[in-house]
Design a protein around this ligand. Sequence first.
Ligand code: COA
Length: 206
Amino acid sequence: MGCCICLLEESPFSYEDVVELIHLSFKERINQGLHFTCSYMSVEQFQAKMNDGLVIVAYNKESGQLLGTASTHIYVDNCNHTYGYNEYLAVHPSVKHCGIGTLLLNKRLCILQERGAEYVISDTAVGAKSSVKWHLKNGFVIYGYRSFSGTNYYSYLFRKQLIGRSKWDIWLYRGIHFLVSFIKTRIKYTRTGRERRFFSLINKLI
Ligand SMILES: CC(C)(COP(=O)(O)OP(=O)(O)OC[C@H]1O[C@@H](n2cnc3c(N)ncnc32)[C@H](O)[C@@H]1OP(=O)(O)O)[C@@H](O)C(=O)NCCC(=O)NCCS
């Protein structure tokens, strides 16, 4: 299959096509009972979110079928390091597990490296086993645990170093960070990202 991977603006596809594909791909997660916010987002919401980001698409050159999509934002952290935040990775159900997700990742990493990013961050639901496996297979490591509002699950935070080495390569450092964030998140937040009553009461009192 001749697969073309490029930026959305260089492709024949529109934001509408991309959101339709995201909804189709994430049906798998809805069926698992995992409510990813992108499963329900509108074209306007996606467009607004990606206004300052990059949207990549993969499509079949011969048939013109849209096969997958992935997005990235580029930020600068408190230590002045440039990094990417990967989101909205979605592969068409007919071609899942055929390497499209990995091709989309490689394209994102190339763009991020060209733009000076030193590392890349991503997140996914703890229960989205194929996505967790996919991240680990592609060299990401789990470094944190979070609860995001608008979802109904706890999430793993992933990280992949692109340039040089970092303290996050040390499994003990990472492990301790993960454990602390796991305990803090589970004590303080419900899986829907809501602060537990005890903590919101304390916050109101001080
Ligand atoms: C998760 C997803 C993006 C992976 O993309 P893909 O193109 O199917 O995956 P690739 O072919 O690039 O990579 C295959 C690897 O991913 C993992 N994987 C993918 N599908 C899997 C499945 N059904 N079960 C278990 N592992 C799976 C495995 O590690 C696999 O390697 P292996 O076969 O050697 O074990 C895709 O299945 C998808 O779109 N899922 C629904 C939306 C979603 O969850 N997006 C990610 C949110 S962060």
